[in-house]
Design a protein around this ligand. Structure first.
Ligand code: AMP
Length: 420
């Protein structure tokens, strides 16, 4: 299956090519025709499956076509996307920016925890697509800054997480502000009774699609966890990269600035590295990637956003220099190694603040991650809980690993989220 077969328009196909996407993911090939056909959709799919593009691409196409047919284009909000967290909201906005680069369709993202002033100013300019977290949306709606009367497509993203985080009442309130006649796309990783009930109430004759949970990919990758102080991560990275088994490594940092800094420090330590992130030109990113693929540089340091669409065969290691706060991101990152049956290794550096993230990750993947206890930079502050010794783990000569045996428990649902 190719994107062309999904009858996508040229401006979108061009953007997908720039992203380096060659074929739609299963959720995309199932969902895109449904959305283009203006039908309601009930999708069981998690972050990491390509679900954002599954709704963003056809929505952009519908809006593009609509705009072309209008004599007097307007900037009313035509599509509303509700998502539970600020991180997801930003990620979705980035996707719309990337896929819609040649469409002229405008999007805007609003979320809580930051001043509303800039968001209010942007809302005044008008937008075709609004991506929002529920609390901030309701606040700004109440203040009269958001008009939802012209919404034609409504996307509810991560519905089960909305429930876990206690946002479901806000979501229901938002829905009461939308026109009854609209297209609704409902995404949830799991279907607890309350979510199934909500889906039933707001969808009209939906097409149902489901894809395999992302957590299964984690089973193929050998994972190790290093507890380390934040200030020692750089030294630990240089230390682990002395292992010749690491032939090529993709190192993940949370920020662009962090990616630059890590690459610089590695080069100083005679490890050939380059950083890629959104602030670099397409040419510079492409060059870094080509060098990395050709083996001219051994380490590529990237943010999650920049690493999108990067497909590197034979990537020996993924290193989480910083632990992602969205557990699915971890699974997606480590899934970049060990492709096509090759053995892959993922190393994660966890400081004190990130321990809660590791807990969420181990719940999602239903495995404990074996801990490397013997390394030169053990954390100072708090004693690390000692897991039971691991059985049948492949050990690198330079590293002693201790941890629990892989849990046989299968993942059947998502963990409760503790924080927004
Ligand atoms: P999502 O499930 O929406 O969080 O997407 C997971 C990741 O997959 C994101 O980094 C996307 O950029 C990437 N992605 C989405 N669709 C494709 C595709 N067709 N080919 C390659 N990567 C993709």
């Amino acid at each position: 299956m190719s994107f062309e077969k999904l009858s996508l328009i040229a401006p979108i196909l061009r953007a997908l090519e720039t992203q380096g996407y060659t074929a739609p993911t299963p959720i995309q090939s199932q969902a895109i025709p449904v959305v283009l056909g203006k039908k309601d959709l009930l999708a069981c799919s998690q972050t990491g499956t390509g679900k954002t593009a599954a709704f963003a691409i056809p929505i952009l196409q519908l809006l593009y076509r609509q705009k072309q047919s209008e004599q007097m284009p307007n900037r009313h909000i035509k599509t509303l996307i509700l998502t539970p967290t600020r991180e997801l909201a930003i990620q979705i906005a980035d996707n719309f920016r990337d896929y819609g680069a040649h469409t002229g369709i405008k999007h805007l993202v609003i979320f809580g925890g930051v001043s509303a002033q800039t968001q209010i100013q942007s809302l005044k300019q008008g937008t075709d697509i609004l991506i929002a977290t529920p609390g901030r949306l309701l606040d700004l709606w109440q203040q009269g800054h958001v008009n939802l009367r012209y919404v034609e497509q409504f996307v509810l993203d991560e519905a089960d997480r909305m429930l876990d985080m206690g946002f479901i009442h806000d979501v229901k309130r938002v829905i009461t502000k939308l026109p009854e006649k609209r297209q609704t796309l409902f995404f949830s990783a799991t279907m607890p009774a309350e979510i199934a009930h909500l889906a039933n109430a707001i969808l009209t004759d939906p097409v149902k699609v489901a894809v395999t949970p992302v957590s299964s990919t984690a089973e193929k990758v050998e994972q190790r966890l290093y507890y380390v102080d934040k200030g020692s991560k750089r030294s630990l990275l240089i230390h682990v990269l002395r292992d010749p088994q690491i032939t090529s490594a993709l190192v993940f940092t949370r920020t662009k600035h962090g990616a630059d800094r890590v690459a610089k420090e590695l080069n100083k330590a005679q490890v050939r590295a380059n950083a890629i992130h959104g602030d670099k030109s397409q040419n510079a990113r492409q060059r870094a990637l080509t060098d990395f693929k050709a083996g001219a540089i051994r380490v590529l340091v990237a943010t999650d956003i920049a690493a999108r669409g990067i497909d590197v065969d034979n990537l020996s290691h993924v290193i989480n220099y910083e632990i992602p706060n969205v557990p699915e991101t971890y699974v997606h990152r480590i899934g970049r190694t060990g492709r096509g049956g090759a053995s892959g290794v993922a190393l994660s550096f966890c400081d004190l603040e990130e321990r809660a993230y590791v807990k969420d990750i181990t719940k999602l993947i239903a495995q404990t991650i074996p801990v490397v206890e013997e390394h030169p930079f053990p954390p100072g502050e708090v004693p690390v809980e000692k897991p039971a010794p691991v059985a049948n783990m492949r050990q690198s000569s330079s590293q002693q690993i201790a941890g629990k045996k892989k849990s046989k428990r299968k993942w059947h649902g998502r963990p409760q989220q503790k924080k927004a």
